[in-house]
Design a protein. Structure first.
Length: 124
């Protein structure tokens, strides 16, 4: 596995796990399961302004953070499986696809946070 593939694998598996956890927390924040707090959730000035802003922000972010979790898990697991099955030499195309998917994971996450911020501002 060349250095790029090793970095992708080392980065994507923790990102995938964190993305899944963030989605669960965001889902709870969009319901009455988790109210505004300074420990977990999307903690921006706008989302912490009120209970309504907290819920609205977390509801708005859910589809994007679900996409982040699914895509992150798909990339991380695919890289790990390819590593076991194909050995250290993954095709360059597989590495490129995973790198693009990793960028998409970050873009989905950023979009989810931006959507949360926008939705929460309407309540604050």
């Amino acid at each position: 596995m060349d250095a790029v593939q090793a970095v992708l694998l080392a980065v994507m598996l923790p990102i995938a796990a964190a993305s899944l956890l963030q989605y669960v927390v965001t889902r709870l924040g969009g319901t009455d399961g988790l109210g505004p707090n300074r420990l977990v959730g999307i903690r921006t000035r706008a989302t912490l302004a009120s209970d309504e802003a907290w819920r609205a922000g977390h509801e708005a972010a859910q589809p994007w953070l679900l996409a982040t979790a699914v895509l992150g898990l798909a990339v991380g697991v695919s890289l790990a499986v390819w590593r076991v099955v194909a050995g250290p030499d993954l095709p360059l195309g597989a590495t490129a696809v995973c790198a693009v998917a990793a960028a998409a994971v970050l873009a989905c996450f950023g979009t989810g946070i931006a959507r949360a911020q926008h939705a929460a501002r309407r309540w604050s």
